[in-house]
Design a protein around this ligand. Structure first.
Ligand code: ASP
Length: 592
């Protein structure tokens, strides 16, 4: 007894089997359901491990039966009783414990429950907001519990793999100096140094690099990272990542380690074999073929550049795009004649969200273009276009004419929408991919300067170093993203380990020597004391677990998640603080 820390219980509620018949047991748990049946009372008693059926007979003891008669959902009970095989015809094959029941001798009501605001069952009807407000009840549901337990297994699997491979788990501070990774910092005012602030880490990036300078050589950490972004549907202001850094490596070593880690975890947690190595594709190729830096390769529908053909049509929009360094790109929906005018109009509307000025289209009927822009193509040009994109009767060709990146991104979104509408995506497969060779910088129109696409500590390709001064837009980075099913699960890079190159990159993104010294002086100093070549990666734990379980939302794998607007509905955070607290911090609020 108690070999598994059962405390006051003899068994968990998922544990008893036919072989236990006749034994006396002490059970504790929550009332999942109560049914009255011809003088008997049946209770499904639930805990983390399962459900056991308890039977109360009127002859048990008068008070005992009276307690059982008044039980309601989620009351907490202690039962002492005898295990019996269920009478023939009443076996429940859906339950692990479905062949037995426990006939109660005594009952103790350990705690009563208010009537829960929603019934605790798998297909819960409550809104997500209500579930988040009463998260402790929501977490009693099997689906939620299983997700949290899978997450636990994930941690164990990662820790074992990393530790077996010689990685050292090291904690880095949560109260830090701002480490910009492209998002806004969460700030924490300092009481002891009034007027100064800590920042919560957007990632342990600089610390892990400095650990490499320290000679730790292989580091990992399962760690929270905080980004104060305008929230998008499936983001959290705090997320968990598996953060990794290695010394004396190039891209291939980090990628091999990361895919072996993923394969191990997928095997151990959901018994799925991921074939290794993962395929890889450069950023430029991914954009050209799929209009995305995280292409979903579970289906085809690739983008074709049809600028040359479309430029010879008499459609101004196409000619303008081609003459102004843009492109005309096409994707084909093999709709078998199912795309009505209404569906096409919806796709055109949809394309506007992605900034496409206009989405043109033409159906294919009797080996010719029909409707839409078909009249702008003479017969010869029509067959050239059909041949080029490989379209046949029943298909719809969608054409976007715009500046190259805009057209590609727009078509990438249309491609995904076509995949969804035509059911082309096999939901049961995992399709991993490395996207490599990212551009180092992107132009920030608002700030009128370049910013680092990954982060400013990423090493440029050696052959592009000279372009840092002359033409930053042409510099490529030693960065890689791990993409699964069209979703970015992680990203990393080989880092800059030379102080001079680091200063040059800062300069390219508009951070001059003074500002670099103020913000990153400690990193530059560390780099000048024998920093080894190094690189690493961070994998998004919430997203990976969501994918492992094929759930839709990362909130379903986080015990206490925030809503899309960054609030915690159970404890009601963020919240106001007292005048006294503010005063101590030297903070005065502006009147609302
Ligand atoms: N620090 C990066 C991030 O959190 C990952 C990395 O470069 O290792 O996204």
């Amino acid at each position: 007894m108690n070999e598994q820390y059962k405390g006051l219980r003899t068994h968990f509620l998922g544990e008893l089997r036919k072989g236990d018949s006749g034994s006396e047991v002490t059970l504790m748990g929550w009332v999942a359901k109560r049914r009255d049946h011809g003088g008997l009372i049946f209770v499904d008693l639930r805990d983390r491990y399962g459900v056991t059926q308890i039977v109360f007979h009127p002859q048990m003891t008068d008070e005992g039966f009276a307690v059982a008669e008044k039980l309601s959902a989620e009351d907490v009970l202690k039962i002492v009783g005898t295990v019996d095989e269920r009478p023939e015809g009443t076996v429940n094959s859906d339950l692990d414990t479905g062949e037995i029941e426990v006939n109660a001798k005594s009952i103790e009501l350990l705690n009563e429950s208010e009537t829960p605001p929603f019934e605790i069952r798998e297909n819960v009807e409550a809104s997500e907001d209500l579930r988040l407000e009463y998260r402790y009840l929501d977490l009693r549901r099997k689906k939620m519990r299983d997700a949290i337990i899978t997450r636990h297994k994930f941690y164990q699997s990662v820790r074992k793999f990393m530790s077996d491979k010689g990685f050292i788990e090291i904690e880095t501070p949560i109260l830090t100096k701002s480490t910009p990774e492209g998002a806004r910092d969460f700030l924490v005012p300092s009481r002891l140094s009034k007027g100064k602030f800590y920042a919560l880490p957007q990632s342990p990036q600089i610390y892990k690099q400095i650990l490499m300078v320290s000679g730790f050589d292989k580091y990992f950490q399962i760690v929270k990272a905080f980004r104060d972004e305008d929230l998008r549907a499936d983001r959290q202001p705090e997320h968990t990542q598996v953060d990794i850094e290695m010394s004396f490596v190039d891209e291939s070593h980090v990628r091999q380690m990361a895919e072996e880690l993923m394969a191990t975890v997928f095997k151990e947690v959901i018994d799925h074999d991921l074939p290794l190595p993962f395929p890889a594709m450069t950023y430029d190729e991914a954009m050209k073929r799929f209009g995305s830096d995280k292409p979903d390769l579970r289906f085809g529908v690739e983008i074709r550049n049809v600028s040359e053909i479309a430029g010879r049509s008499d459609f101004n929009l196409f000619q303008d795009a081609v003459n102004n360094e843009g492109i005309v790109g096409a994707v084909v929906a093999e709709a078998k004649g199912t795309f009505s005018r209404k569906v096409i109009d919806e796709l055109v509307e949809f394309s506007k969200i992605y900034g496409l000025g206009g989405l043109s289209w033409a159906k294919v009927e009797d080996g010719k273009l029909a409707g839409g822009v078909s009249r702008h193509f003479d017969e010869n040009l029509q067959s050239e276009l059909l041949g080029n994109v490989g379209a046949k009767d029943g298909d719809v060709i969608f054409l976007a004419a715009d500046k190259t990146p805009v057209a590609l991104k727009g078509l990438g979104a249309i491609r995904l929408e076509i995949g969804r509408r035509l059911n082309l995506i096999d939901k049961d497969t995992f399709s991993p991919l490395w996207v490599t060779d990212f551009p180092m910088f992107e132009w920030d129109e608002e700030a009128k300067r370049y910013s680092a696409m990954h982060h400013p500590f990423t090493s440029p390709k050696m052959e592009d170093i000279d372009l840092l001064d002359s033409d930053p837009s042409k510099v490529y980075a030693r960065a890689y993203d791990m993409v699964f099913n069209g979703s970015e699960l992680g990203g990393g890079s080989i880092r800059i380990h030379s102080k001079d190159v680091q200063s040059k990159v800062f300069k390219a993104i508009g951070i001059g020597a003074d500002e670099a010294e103020r913000k990153f002086g400690y990193l530059l100093k560390a780099l000048s004391y024998g920093a080894p070549p190094h690189g690493g990666i961070a994998l998004g734990l919430d997203r990976i677990v969501t994918m492992l379980l094929r759930l839709d939302s990362i909130r379903d794998v986080i015990a206490f998640p925030k809503t899309a607007s960054g609030t915690a509905l159970m404890e009601k955070a963020p919240s106001e603080v007292s005048e006294a607290q503010l005063k101590e911090l030297g903070i005065k609020l502006e009147p609302k």
